[in-house]
Design a protein around this ligand. Structure first.
Ligand SMILES: Nc1ncnc2c1ncn2[C@@H]1O[C@H](COP(=O)(O)OP(=O)(O)OP(=O)(O)O)[C@@H](O)[C@H]1O
Ligand SMILES: [Mg+2]
Length: 206
C-alpha cells in the first residue's frame, strides 16, 4: 500500500526572529502527535548542500551566483532528502526554504522576483510547503536578539538595517499574498506566548 504523503512544513523569518529557538519544540510536538518527522535546513540538508552553505555564508559573490547556488543546494535537498521522505509518509520540517530566497535575494539584494520564480518553477514547480510558519519581528528587535547571542555574524547577518527591512517587507508581502499557506507568528512576545500560538496551528494540521 502506498503511504499517505507526509506534510512539508517550513520556518521563515529574518535572522534572529526565533526559528531555530522553536524548531526542536515544534518537532517534539509533531512527534508526540505520532508523526514520523525529518528535520532539516536550508541552505544545506545534504553533504553538498552543507558545503554550498559554507560558501554562501562566507564568500562574496555575484547576486545571481548566490541565487543559483541556493537553488543548486535546494535541487539536491529536494531529490535526496525532502521528496523521498514525503513519499514514504514522513513529515519534513525545514528551517528556511524558497520564501527565504524571495526575501533575501529578491527583497534584500534586489534580484527581480521573476528571475527567482523561473528557478522555483524549474526546481520544484510541483511541490510547495503545505504550511509555512513565518516568524515576524521588527528589524530592531531581531538585531538586538542577535547581538546578544552571536559573536561571528555571517555574510547575511553583517548586512545593515535597510537590508533587513527589505527582507521583512518581502516576507510580509508573501504572507499577505498566500494567507492559506503562510501563518504569520508575532514573534515579539515571550517564548511561552509564541509556543501557545504554534500549538494552535500545529493542532489544526495534525
Ligand atoms: N520570543 C523570544 N523572546 C526572547 N528571545 C528570543 C525569542 N525567540 C528567540 N529569542 C532569542 O533570540 C536569539 C535568536 O533566535 P534564533 O537563533 O532562534 O533566531 P533565528 O530565526 O533562528 O535566526 P537565524 O536566521 O540567524 O538562524 C536567540 O538568542 C534566542 O534565544
Ligand atoms: Mg536559526
Amino acid at each position: 500500500m502506498t503511504p499517505v504523503r507526509g506534510k512539508f512544513i517550513t520556518l521563515e523569518g529574518v535572522d534572529g526572529a526565533g526559528k531555530s529557538t522553536h524548531l526542536d519544540w515544534i518537532a517534539e510536538r509533531l512527534r508526540t502527535r505520532g508523526r514520523d518527522l525529518l528535520v532539516t535546513r536550508e541552505p544545506g540538508g545534504t553533504p553538498l548542500g552543507e558545503s554550498l552553505r559554507k560558501l554562501l555564508l562566507s564568500e562574496p559573490m555575484h547576486i545571481e551566483t548566490e541565487t543559483l547556488l541556493m537553488f543548486a543546494a535546494r535541487r539536491e535537498h529536494l531529490s535526496r532528502v525532502i521528496r523521498p521522505a514525503l513519499d514514504q509518509g514522513c513529515w519534513v520540517l525545514s528551517d528556511r526554504f524558497t520564501d527565504a530566497t524571495y526575501a533575501y535575494q529578491g527583497g534584500g539584494r534586489g534580484l527581480p522576483f521573476d528571475r527567482i520564480a523561473v528557478l522555483e518553477r524549474w526546481v520544484h514547480g510541483d511541490l510547495q510547503p503545505d504550511l509555512t510558519l513565518y516568524f515576524d519581528l521588527s528589524v530592531d528587535a531581531a538585531r538586538k536578539r542577535l547581538s546578544t547571542s552571536q559573536s561571528h555574524p555571517d555574510r547575511f547577518e553583517q548586512e545593515g538595517a535597510d537590508f533587513f527591512e527589505r527582507v521583512r517587507s518581502a516576507y510580509r508581502a508573501r504572507a499577505a499574498a498566500e494567507p492559506e499557506r503562510i501563518a504569520v507568528i508575532d514573534a515579539d512576545r515571550s517564548l511561552d506566548d509564541v509556543k501557545k500560538e504554534l500549538e494552535v496551528i500545529i493542532s489544526s494540521i495534525c
